[in-house]
Ligand binder design. Structure first.
Ligand code: MLT
Length: 308
């Protein structure tokens, strides 16, 4: 059987697949190129770069499984795949610690102006006064989405002596108590939090969950973080809030279009930005690649899929 790997996947994952199947690694394919190719393959393994559109699915005559080495499956047309009987699996746990650590790194970088100060020093300046930061100790972190990654972020922030407010319609008071967090509405978080981080998937319910209305409620010292998915925070509203000093800063790893085009805040001094690096650690990349390879091996050999 033949497996197409169309985004860069760690060697460990490719090697595992090669023990069982004929594997082709072709990255950077356009939709047309993928449509032309996909008909020969039994499995497709992707990260976030490949868009598995309805056209790709339609052309996928032999395809049995799409394996997403990572969490988000928003780049796959799931209804089209389901209708064609194609299984979609992801690797929901392999990169959660890396994503949580990146969130904390972004929060601290923003609080202490580390990227801006690095750029300034490298440009030959010595601007100690300009880069006065804030402590996170004793501050309130609002966590929107208290799933696997959100809960890991909360745990780490508690280690920094932060108080946690959380919004998650699927989390009850018992679970909140267990995690030591206070449940609150998004609007309440917007009013009270010093830092707000989002950890939901991108769905029609979560798109623009932080928009102009929420930015209007925030303190001028509030700072927001998005290491989840572009579009959960409305990008234009965020740009306006940063330009008009309605909030103090943003740390953003993910964008509606990647790479971002004409994004209203990427160039702003009070924005810290990284190119979708949340899962980009050696450990996470091996974890997700091996996990998804095991799923593909199981399914193509007639076994069950563990995560869907
Ligand atoms: C994920 O959904 O797993 C992360 O955003 C990382 C990635 O897209 O590879």
């Amino acid at each position: 059987m033949k497996v197409l790997v169309s985004d860069s996947l760690s060697e460990e994952g490719v090697a595992k697949l090669e023990e069982h199947f004929d594997v082709e690694v072709s990255t950077g394919l356009s939709e047309d190129e993928l449509v032309e190719k996909i008909g020969e393959f039994d499995a497709l393994v992707i990260r976030s770069g490949t868009q598995v559109t309805a056209r790709v699915i339609e052309a996928a005559d032999k395809l049995k499984i799409v394996g997403r080495a990572g969490v988000g499956v928003d780049n796959i047309d799931i209804p089209a795949a389901t209708e064609k009987g194609i299984i979609v699996v992801n690797a929901p746990e392999g990169n959660m610690l890396s994503a949580a650590e990146h969130t904390i790194a972004m929060m601290l970088s923003m609080a202490r102006n580390i990227p801006q100060a690095t750029a300034s020093l490298k440009a030959g300046k010595w601007e100690r006064k300009k880069f006065l930061g804030v402590e996170v100790n004793g501050k309130t972190l609002g966590v929107i989405g208290l799933g696997r990654i959100g809960a890991e972020v909360a745990k780490r922030a508690q280690g920094l002596e932060m108080n946690i407010l959380a919004y998650d319609p699927f989390v009850n008071e018992d679970r909140a108590k267990e995690l030591g967090v206070e449940l609150a509405s998004v609007k309440n978080i917007a009013k009270r939090a010093d830092f707000i981080t989002v950890h939901t998937p991108l769905t029609k319910e979560t798109r623009n969950i932080l928009d102009t209305e929420e930015f209007d409620l925030m303190k001028p010292t509030a700072r927001v973080i998005n290491c989840a998915r572009g579009g959960i925070i409305n990008e234009d509203a965020l740009g306006q809030a940063l330009k008009n000093d309605k909030i103090a800063g943003a740390a953003i790893d993910v964008f509606t279009n990647e790479p971002p085009e004409n994004c209203s805040f990427v160039g702003l001094e009070n924005a810290v930005v990284t190119p979708h690096l949340g899962a980009s650690t050696e450990e996470a990349q091996v974890n997700v690649a091996v996990s998804v390879a095991e799923e593909v091996i199981s399914v193509l050999n007639g076994g069950p899929a563990r995560s869907t």
